[in-house]
Design a protein around this ligand. Structure first.
Ligand SMILES: Cc1cc2nc3c(=O)[nH]c(=O)nc-3n(C[C@H](O)[C@H](O)[C@H](O)COP(=O)(O)OP(=O)(O)OC[C@H]3O[C@@H](n4cnc5c(N)ncnc54)[C@H](O)[C@@H]3O)c2cc1C
Length: 492
């Protein structure tokens, strides 16, 4: 009988997923988390009767969570019920046009035709191409260790080689969208998907047009109890499987001896483990947890993805003109990304309003709504955040007045703020970036740190800063890849 022990550092969604997978394989699993609760960036705030999901708000590819729940022996719909959204996002364009992005591709194409006069065939063709891009690349680039020699020699790699043009890797996402659509609003709508991994559509390769496939061909979903229930249901299952959680337990070091990870040091105490999975940001992990290991320059020289500035507003009143996900677009989209590149925020930023109380009534007191108000922000470069926060708040209030004709300032009854330096401090995310490295170059997919290293046996890397990248589905994919390296054991 085995007494194999696994340590997981960080209880982000990737850490929780691999904890369950290894516990189900027979390992004695211990999770070390520096915060007092699990979830990492996927977290929540309860204040004065309002509940806010503080990080992710869009839930795609829910089957990846279902798979983990099923591996742990649960019936997924019993422990994490969720619904498909009929309207994914409500878009408010600078010229006053308002568009409902219906989940149903036909309804969506009709809406784009009637509101933006964009031919339906353009939408249909584009979404077919996004689907094909996912079919061609997902298994190799997302669900497998990459890049490897075996990967390059695989049947999938050969098929990609024959269809290299379909990857659109050598045009920017914006150029691809400009070629695909006639209306500037449709282009802006599809350019926005670059921000789903903290990138700039004017620089990121057209390959990122794979992202709309997830929302528009597969669907966007929302858990019945809000986004944080993804983390809490994974935590509950892990505990059921015998995983031990050490909260408020920052790890100081991953102990490596003779080319093998043999334990971790937390709260000044070393504990031996047979394998270690790091789910903390790789750019913080090297200097802090692996100070004697050299990080390859290939993975070091990358630009961090963008961050976010978020206001959590409890507001008086109900606003039927808004849906759960709403975008108030900037009138100068290119300048918005140029500003981010220079480390600042445009005075007319795109504003994202996420109101979970539209779906989860208990998230706000009666007669109120919980507004998560987010703008894209540069990663932390020690800017004057006090001034940036004040100026951006004023810009958001102005924009809400202009676009929605709502005087929101007078309706705010509760306010909390999350800035890039706070994201950095709370989650250990390098410079507060949301998704690890940006995808602003065609080489980004090849430049993410791998999920294991040949030079340190028994050490694995999960989460948004390593392969295959950031966002809940990709973090879950990183756990799945690591799981494929580790054989099951008989538990004593
Ligand atoms: C504002 C915001 C909006 C987002 N929107 C979306 C979205 O809509 N959809 C989507 O799919 N994704 C979204 N994301 C991205 C998504 O949240 C992340 O990609 C994902 O949650 C990262 O998970 P992870 O496994 O990498 O761990 P993380 O969430 O990064 O957690 C790492 C954990 O490690 C802990 N830690 C760090 N150092 C140590 C140490 N030394 N010892 C012990 N513990 C340590 C941290 O406290 C943290 O809990 C968003 C993120 C943010 C912040």
């Amino acid at each position: 009988m085995s007494t194999q022990k696994a340590a997981i550092i960080g209880a982000g969604v990737g850490g929780l997923a691999i904890a369950i997978r290894l516990a189900a394989k027979g390992y004695h699993v211990s999770v070390f988390e520096q915060q007092g609760k699990v979830g990492g960036k996927l977290n929540e705030l309860n204040v004065n009767g309002f509940r806010f999901d503080t990080g992710p708000s869009l839930f795609t590819l829910p089957e990846l969570v279902d798979e983990i729940l099923a591996i742990g022996g649960e019936i997924p719909s019993n422990v994490l019920p969720y619904k498909k959204l009929d309207v994914i996002t409500k878009y408010f364009f600078p010229d006053g046009k308002v568009l409902n992005a219906f989940a149903d591709p036909q309804l969506f194409a009709n809406e784009v035709l009637s509101v933006l006069n964009e031919p339906k065939e353009n939408i249909e063709k584009y979404l077919l191409e996004c689907r094909e891009l996912y079919r061609l690349t997902a298994n190799l680039f997302i669900y497998n260790e990459f890049p490897t020699w075996n990967g390059f020699k695989s049947a999938e790699a050969r098929e990609i080689g024959k269809n290299i043009g379909k990857l659109k890797a050598f045009s920017s996402m914006h150029s691809v969208n400009k070629r695909s659509f006639t209306n500037s609003n449709t282009i802006q709508l599809f350019d926005r998907f670059a921000t789903y991994n903290g990138s700039n559509p004017y620089k990121a390769p057209g390959t990122l047009t794979i992202i709309p496939h997830l929302e528009h061909n597969v669907g966007a979903f929302f858990p019945d109890k809000g986004m944080y229930s993804i983390a809490s249901s994974l935590e509950a299952l892990a505990i059921k499987l015998g995983v031990t959680f050490h909260l408020n337990a920052p790890v100081q070091e991953i102990v490596v001896q003779n080319g093998k990870a043999v334990g971790v040091k937390a709260n000044g105490q070393s504990e031996a483990f047979d394998l270690v999975v790091n789910d903390t940001d790789i750019f913080t992990a090297y200097p802090k947890l692996l100070p004697k290991q050299r990080q390859s320059w290939v993975y070091k020289r990358q630009e961090p993805s963008s961050s976010a500035l978020i206001f959590y507003w409890g507001v008086k009143g109900n606003y039927p003109q808004l849906d759960i996900h709403n975008i108030l677009f900037s009138g100068a989209y290119k300048s918005e990304f140029d500003a981010l590149g220079k480390g600042t925020i445009l005075s007319d930023p795109t504003v994202y309003l996420f109101i979970s109380s539209k779906q989860v009534a208990n998230d706000a007191p009666s007669g109120h709504e919980n507004w998560f108000v987010m703008v894209n922000a540069p990663y932390n470069r020690e800017q004057d955040w006090c001034t940036l926060v004040a100026e951006t708040r004023a810009a958001i209030v102005r924009k809400i007045k202009t676009v929605l004709n709502i005087d929101i300032e007078s309706q705010i009854v509760n306010e909390n703020v999350l800035t890039p330096p706070q994201i950095e401090q709370l989650t250990g995310s390098y410079r507060g970036s949301l998704y690890g490295i940006s995808s602003n170059s065609p080489m980004a997919a090849f430049s993410r740190h791998p999920n294991r290293l040949s030079k340190i046996k028994g050490l694995y890397f999960a989460g948004g800063s390593v392969h295959p990248g950031g966002g809940i589905p990709l973090c879950l994919a990183s756990a799945k890849i690591i799981d494929s390296f580790i054989p099951p054991v008989n538990r004593s």
